[in-house]
Ligand binder design. Structure first.
Ligand SMILES: Cc1cc2nc3c(=O)[nH]c(=O)nc-3n(C[C@H](O)[C@H](O)[C@H](O)COP(=O)(O)OP(=O)(O)OC[C@H]3O[C@@H](n4cnc5c(N)ncnc54)[C@H](O)[C@@H]3O)c2cc1C
Length: 548
């Protein structure tokens, strides 16, 4: 006998995908695994597999919770004393703890004598940012501060062991009493962010060799860090300083948090406006060499912008592919509908090209100390890659969102969070135009960088006619110096695409490489995603991207 249906049951839930559940974000990502192996980080696959399980599991759940519960500023205690603290949800702290335990901030330095350590760290960061991008900000700044800090050997001896520790220690204590420390960065002021020479914060040298800083910073992310590298005007010009949160005597440095920014995305992370009221700082590098010193940090954070945007693209693809494999429309699964196959394959192709270029640049960074050619490539390809990959991220995430239909517009699907985060990497650490101008600066001032990028393209000459034509075009594109600045977005974009093609062609997956060259270089593609030619290997691209 059939059970009577209670009158208040409207209908059964059907045709909704199962929860994506916990998965291993490393083992399930063929493009990532191959790129890491190709670029010399394959020896870390055990660590990457361990962290891949965390990133596709606990970290995903925590990432959602941390973003639903953004940080709060506690400027004062109940009696009006200044606190200048930021209060985070426990989920944020747990994400930081897991990220640091697995070395997202420190792996490259802890293994710095092993070639490929930066590639492996880039992969850790890629896995992390898929689950929670806000914590990537302090983690990347902690990682990136190391080369700049080395300009002050005494400070480095004291701070680097804490920076490279795997312990997350959020306690508010002087450096010597901490188990591990995190780092931030303060360059941007109200009157100028791209043009840091406009900084007005003053630094006055004291008798003991330290400095007192007076001024403000308009964007000061991760104000809960233990120290920051900041720029300020000293007697001999713009200089770099290490400002600790807590002074050696245990008192708080005079860094007042004015307010937290109400941001589009990046909501789990705090970004603040601060004032320095005779705050203490140690100089890092020579007076007047501040920009050159802090650029050593910025070079690495820019690579991390490539990593972060590639990660957002990957996660958006995972969500879209999972959904399309289960949702049925007009009698078929979405993934079987020809037009949706084109969209999904195109997104997967873009995501693979992004991670391929990112890991190639990570290898160039890794080899910089040993190989002048790789150092030159890292110098220019970071700007090229940051420009292009960060530009591709918002439209890709939006297209992935559309694959989920209305659900992609709803917070629980994670797509809205990815979408809000997507534009950030193209803005901070030097916005798009600044990256293009940086490419031009390196081409004119450091010709080796142009030679390095040309060599990287020529390594694939003869493998594909479209790439050969593109190499020829690029050979002349940099010549007309009078109009180059006006044309530079187009030139940088085409250089990025040619680099991606060169890497994919040599990687050995003919279906991926040919689909990329035909669509991105050969003109067989529209302005939107989902416009691959009809005979592109869509099923293979989809199957390679995510098996579900
Ligand atoms: C969420 C968030 C967190 C941040 N955290 C930090 C932080 O922790 N520390 C920190 O120091 N900064 C931080 N920033 C600041 C960020 O790095 C700057 O916003 C960025 O560098 C741009 O500077 P700006 O805002 O002053 O814009 P501007 O410098 O005024 O630039 C505006 C636009 O003009 C373009 N432009 C500039 N110069 C040229 C030119 N010559 N030719 C053509 N176009 C040009 C730029 O590309 C940009 O598109 C953060 C920003 C955001 C959004």
């Amino acid at each position: 006998m059939t059970k009577p249906v209670p009158s208040f049951v409207t209908h059964e839930v059907s045709n909704q995908p199962p929860l994506i559940g916990h998965y291993n974000a490393w083992t399930g990502d063929a493009a990532l695994r191959e790129a890491v192996a190709r670029e010399g980080g394959g020896w870390a696959q055990r660590e990457l597999a361990d962290f891949g399980a965390v990133a596709g599991g606990e970290l995903m759940d925590l990432g959602y919770t941390a973003n639903q519960n953004p940080p709060k500023l506690r400027a004062f205690d109940r009696y009006g004393h200044r606190l200048d603290e930021v209060e985070f949800h426990p989920a944020w702290h747990r994400v930081m703890e897991l990220g640091m335990r697995h070395g997202v901030h420190a792996f490259a330095w802890r293994h710095q004598d092993t070639p490929g350590a930066h590639v492996a760290r880039a992969a850790l960061s890629y896995l992390h940012a898929q689950a929670e991008a806000g914590t990537s900000c302090p983690l990347t700044m902690t990682h990136s501060a190391v080369p700049a800090l080395r300009h002050a050997p005494v400070l480095a001896a004291r701070w680097l062991p804490k920076i490279q520790s795997l312990d997350y220690d959020p306690r508010v204590l002087p450096v010597d009493r901490k188990r591990g420390c995190t780092m931030g960065m303060g360059m941007t002021e109200k009157q100028g962010g791209s043009d840091v020479r406009a900084n007005t914060t003053r630094a006055t040298r004291q008798a003991d060799g330290g400095y007192r800083l007076v001024g403000h910073k308009w964007f000061f992310s991760a104000p809960m860090c233990d120290a920051w590298l900041v720029l300020a005007q000293a007697q001999d010009g713009l200089s770099c300083f290490l400002m600790p949160k807590i002074l050696d005597d245990g008192t708080r440095n005079a860094i007042h948090i004015q307010r937290l920014k109400d941001k589009l995305g990046d909501r789990s992370n705090a970004s603040s406006e601060v004032e320095f009221l005779d705050a203490f700082g140690w100089r890092v590098g020579d007076e007047g060499r501040g920009v050159a010193t802090i650029l050593e940090m910025v070079a690495l954070t820019r690579l991390d912008c490539m990593i972060g945007s590639s990660a957002l693209m990957r996660q958006a693809c995972v969500q879209a592919l999972h959904h399309a494999q289960h949702r049925r429309v007009f009698g078929k699964r979405l993934v079987e509908q020809p037009l949706m196959r084109n969209v999904l394959a195109d997104l997967a192709l873009e995501s693979e090209a992004a991670v391929a270029l990112t890991m190639r640049v990570a290898r160039a960074v890794d080899a910089s100390a040993r190989d002048a050619g790789e150092a030159a490539l890292a110098r220019i390809a970071t700007a090229i890659g940051k420009y292009w990959i960060c530009k591709r991220c918002p439209p890709l995430v939006n297209e992935a969102q559309e694959c989920l239909g209305g659900l992609g517009y709803v917070e629980e699907s994670n797509l809205p969070r990815l979408y809000r985060q997507a534009p950030l990497n193209s803005i901070w650490e030097g916005s798009g135009n600044i990256q293009c101008l940086d490419v031009l600066r390196s081409v004119s001032r450091e010709p080796r960088t142009h030679e390095a990028v040309t060599a990287e393209l020529l390594a694939a000459r003869g493998l594909d006619a479209d790439l050969d034509r593109e190499i020829h075009w690029l050979g002349e594109a940099f010549d007309d110096r009078d109009t180059l600045e006006l044309r530079s977005r187009r030139v940088v974009e085409r250089t990025a695409l040619a680099l991606q093609a060169s890497i994919l062609l040599r990687a050995g997956n003919a279906e991926v490489a040919q689909a990329f060259c035909r669509s991105r270089l050969g003109g067989e593609h529209g302005l939107a995603f989902g416009t691959l030619p009809a005979d592109a290997p869509m099923n293979a691209l989809i199957a390679r991207a995510f098996s579900g």
